[in-house]
Design a protein around this ligand. Structure first.
Ligand code: SF4
Length: 267
């Protein structure tokens, strides 16, 4: 018999699917979450998010009687980072052939496809998948089909409804109420504010990013900025040499860079 599986990200829309499924009376057999690990010992989530997931799992088990399955790929982010291009797919040479993958910007978003999508697809194969697409997210409707359904769209729940449901059920993730980052702490898509916080609050994670940065031929950001560039910038802020709120001149790092002298806000 076809199983009905909720793909859980622990975001508000994803968690609110539990309420919408209940309201609709839809079947729910399994709940699956793709867990990413930075290394074998370090999760990709920051500690407040790790804590929240454990709390949410306990609430879900008690109220819905389902143990959330944390599925993961056979490799960690770091292991994928150090794979040599051409080795993974075995399909001839790519532009980075012979080099390690490194930061994902220049080699396609390998992290999302290898560590999340592929793992979730494998775990939910042959099932009807429930996705947390809210009623007001019409731009995402195209992914819905007979096997990928959104309880939120069916029940008419907007993103605001989802947030309210999570608040009422003690299931609102800290990413909505604190500066905690959702997603991997080493993500190349995060902005300077999150990077600054990571360096300040989790120096051991920052040190790991600096190590990866030295080994990667691909730069951290697609405009050529490296983690070391950000590190020097934040160090200058710490030393009171520059104001974190003032426009920043990347050439003040004393390095020739190929982009505009004045960094644009928002990265
Ligand atoms: S959150 Fe960022 S680093 Fe993590 S899988 Fe997604 S794109 Fe990759």
């Amino acid at each position: 018999m076809t199983q009905h599986v909720l793909s859980l990200s622990y975001g508000k829309d994803s968690l609110a699917c539990l309420g919408a499924i209940e309201e609709l009376g839809w079947p729910l057999d399994r709940i699956v979450h793709a867990e990413v690990w930075a290394t074998e010992e370090i999760p990709a989530d920051l500690p407040p998010m790790v804590e929240f997931k454990a709390k949410a799992d306990a609430i879900i088990k008690e109220r819905w009687g389902i143990e959330v399955e944390h599925v993961r790929g056979k490799r960690t982010y770091e292991e994928c980072f150090y794979l040599v291009c051409g080795q993974r797919r075995g399909k001839g040479k790519s532009k980075c052939s012979g080099k390690i993958y490194g930061w994902p910007f220049h080699n396609g978003p390998w992290c999302n496809s290898s560590l999340k999508r592929h793992v979730l697809n494998k775990a939910t194969k042959g099932s009807v998948q429930y996705l947390g697409i809210a009623e007001d997210e019409t731009h995402r409707y195209h992914v819905l089909s007979d096997t990928k359904k959104s309880p939120l769209v069916e029940a008419g729940w907007t993103e605001a409804d989802c947030r309210q449901w999570c608040e009422e059920n003690d299931l609102l993730s800290p990413i909505y109420t604190t500066a905690t980052r959702g997603g991997c702490w080493f993500c190349h898509n995060q902005g300077k504010g999150q990077l600054r916080l990571l360096r300040r609050n989790y120096p051991e994670y920052w040190a790991l990013m600096l190590k990866w940065d030295l080994d990667s031929h691909a730069t951290f950001k697609d405009d050529g900025r490296t983690v070391h560039d950000f590190d020097r910038r934040f160090q200058m802020e710490d030393e009171g040499l520059i104001d974190p709120k003032a426009p920043f001149r990347w050439d003040s790092l004393g390095k020739e860079l190929n982009y505009s002298l004045f960094a644009q806000e928002g990265l």
